[in-house]
Design a protein around this ligand. Sequence first.
Ligand SMILES: NC(=O)c1ccc[n+]([C@@H]2O[C@H](COP(=O)([O-])OP(=O)(O)OC[C@H]3O[C@@H](n4cnc5c(N)ncnc54)[C@H](O)[C@@H]3O)[C@@H](O)[C@H]2O)c1
Length: 257
Amino acid sequence: MRLKHKTALITGGSSGIGRETAILFAHEGARVVVVDVDDTRGNETVDHILKLGGEACYMHADVSKAEACANMIDVAEKTYGALHILFNNAGIMHNDDGDAVSTEEAIWDLTMNINVKGVFFGCKYGIPAIRRAGGGSIINTASFVAHLGAATPQLAYTASKGAVLALSRELAIIHARENIRVNALCPGPLRTELLMKFLDTDAKKQRRLVHIPMGRFGEAKEMAQAALYLASDESSYVTGTEFLVDGGITAAYVTPE
Ligand SMILES: NC(=O)c1ccc[n+]([C@@H]2O[C@H](COP(=O)([O-])OP(=O)(O)OC[C@H]3O[C@@H](n4cnc5c(N)ncnc54)[C@H](O)[C@@H]3O)[C@@H](O)[C@H]2O)c1
């Protein structure tokens, strides 16, 4: 087991990447705190883990709220004694997120508050806990759009993921000598609810698929495997990286026929 005796907190654990990662981390021996605003599906994730013989609990927290983030870290420490792995993964992609002209200020603020401030709060309250545990691993979910511009505009989302990547790098340097590693996971386009709701027609899906050398969307389970590597001691010399798991999209100039 690659995460035995570790406690992991995963935000956005009710769905997609977060859910699959919670299940995989528990399978690898971690005690998992599943955090989300979708309580029904969060509890369902935990039930699933418990049925498989794993250890997990659910905690409601809106990551854009400071007090909620302070509480979630507190619950992790009080329930399992220490926090070693923090996966700041919750995020949104709003359907009304467009270009600079069309995007309303409220959509910009909502996206930034969840996608960026949520990661900041996770780190703000999580880093002291990880320090108390003697060190650990922080994984922040950014995106391939932190590296590439897209013709299907989602300006607030893209800017938010650029910010996550930049803050992850800087935190990695700040905490490098405290045995706290900080890495950004940069998924490519995935077949999860978040993207499928945004690319809500076949034409929009095709427009994205045509750029992916592998010719398919990625799966949440494939991101969970990448997160497992970054969480485990196998990545002990990896910090400050932008771990692209993207079907080759950022490597491509022209995709194969
Ligand atoms: N799906 C993709 O193509 C893709 C690509 C790159 C990056 N990402 C990023 O991966 C992460 C996970 O996305 P996913 O595809 O698994 O999406 P998803 O929609 O399946 O899951 C996201 C989860 O976050 C939760 N959430 C939303 N707002 C929250 C808040 N304020 N507080 C707590 N939880 C909240 C949702 O309830 C949901 O359970 C996001 O940060 C997303 O931006 C996704």
